[in-house]
Structure formats: C-alpha cells, structure tokens
Design a protein around this ligand. Sequence first.
Ligand code: SF4
Length: 335
Amino acid sequence: MKFPYDLRERWDGKRYNSFNRILKQSFHARVHKVSLRLDFTCPNRDGRVAVGGCIYCNNAGHTPPTYRPALSVKEQMEAGMEAVARRTGARKFIAYFQSYTNTYGPLNKLERLYREALDIPGVVGLSIATRPDCVPDDVLDLITDIARQTYVWLELGLESMHEKTLQWVNRGHGLTEFIDAVERSKARGLRLCVHLILGFPGESREEILQTPALLNRLGIDGVKLHNLHVIKGTVLEELYERGDVNLLSREEYINLVADFLEILSPEVIIHRLTGETTRGLTVAPNWSLNKVAVINAIQAELQRRETWQGKFRLEAMAWNSAQLGSTFRREEVAH
Ligand code: SF4
C-alpha cells in the first residue's frame, strides 16, 4: 500500500500529522509557543506525593532563556514574544504554562494567571502542562470554561504506561490516575496532549509499542515524544555516571519513533518528536542536541520504509497493563 494521496496533501508531504501544520491551518499564520515559568511547584517535590521529584527532572531544562524571577505572566510573555518574533517573524503566540505543575494551586490563582496570558494582544491560546493526579474536577471545569472562548491544550505527563518504570523514575502516580484524568478531560471535550519518554531501561520494544495502541484507544488528541536524556543536576545523572543506565543510540531512537508512529492513529497530532534540552544542561546523549537533524531523519526513515503515521494502527482492547500484551487488534487503516 502506497502513502495515500489524501494524507500526502493534508500533511504537506510529511509522513506524520504535525502540530505546526495544524497551527498554520487554524490561524492562517505562523504561531509559536512561548514558555512560562511561574511560582508553581509540584506534588512530587513539595512532599504531598514525594520530595525528590522524577529522577530525570530539572526544571531548568525547560526554563525560557528570557526568564527572570518574579516577572509576571505579562512581563514573561512580552519578553518571550519579542525574542521569538525577532527570530521567526511570528505575530501570534500560545502561552505555554510549562515548568512544574501548572494546575497545582488555588483555583482563583490559576484563573488569574491563565486569563492574564490571554489578555495580551497576540496571544491566541494556552497550553497547560500538568500531572494526571493534579486535575481535579473544579480545575478541569475552569479550563473547559476557558476553552470555550479560546484555543486550549491540556498537556498530561504520562512518560511511561508501565508501572515498573513509573516506580523506577519516582513518578508518584500510576496508569490508573492517567486514565481517570483522560476520561474526565475527554468527557468535557478538552484537547489532550500526552508527554512520553522513549528509551527507559527495562522496557522492551514490545512494551514501548503498547503505548500508541493505548493512546488510540483513549482518543488522545496529541502526543509529545522525547528520548530519555540525562540532564545535569538530576538523580538520573548519578545513575548514568555510575554506568547503571544505557541510553538509546540515534539509530535506535529513530527506528523506535517510526515504529511508534506506524501504530499511532493518523488523527493524533504530533507536537514533538525529540527532546530539546540545551547543550549547557545536557549530559547525554549528544546526538539529541541537533533536534532538526533527528526530526529530518525520522521523516527520512518513514519515507525509506514507505510508511506513515497510522499505517498499522493498533488498538488496545483493554487497558489493564497486565492484559495488554494479548489484547491488541492490528489493522491496516484505509483512508
Ligand atoms: S517532571 Fe514534572 S512531575 Fe516530575 S518532578 Fe518534575 S515537575 Fe514534578
């Protein structure tokens, strides 16, 4: 089966459903995300769930270069928008509540911060990153209310669907909390993007490839993938330096992402295909620092295989992780 003509047209020649294209189509302009770091913390750090945080986490890794402590949402956005506009010419922006857990706080504080961002001329939407155990119903109701007026993505960190890995990384939640958060968000009609890390030690290729099938089954709208990479100042750095952690090679990662995309539904929007931490903070691997080259290599691998996102869509028939191995349905998708 050849790459279907309608997908070739719809995806502008890409072999996957890219977020950049969706933004261009939706807003008829170049739209860029501007990252925010606000005075949030995380229940995996402040003691509510744990104190150490996830073993790979150093929030400096996604702190915007224009960040200065105590700057308001408006000040951070304006500095970020000016820097992005200078670099790319973009005139429309999505305020990205990225660092820490951006739904973990009193409701009135959340509403004030989200609406402050939306009041800035040029801001056309919000992306709100959080944990699955930090989206109680009142927070989802607030985000749903805002989503009725503007363009909103809720980004949930899952990272791995496997309990053994979630425990190993000290994630502080399980698959059950994730599924519960997804079902309550989808019941409200929210757009959901899921963050995943590929390449955790102890996960086989087969286990990793159970994840896109689960996402298909749950009706997830978007996905962000990145390779396991080691950032300075983390527990993972200590493990890596001791030789306890092996990382994927560039070729292994590119192949794995291509396998993942083949199974993922073509309707799922790909927000990110690889990690993006700065050189100064990255311990390893070096190959993922050249993000554009990795993205181009994934597209080239899909072309080489004459394949595309969703060619072999799989659906998990049940989401009990113990059962998943035997409960997949494979189908070649007709477009
Ligand atoms: S990765 Fe997210 S959930 Fe984990 S410790 Fe860091 S801020 Fe908290």
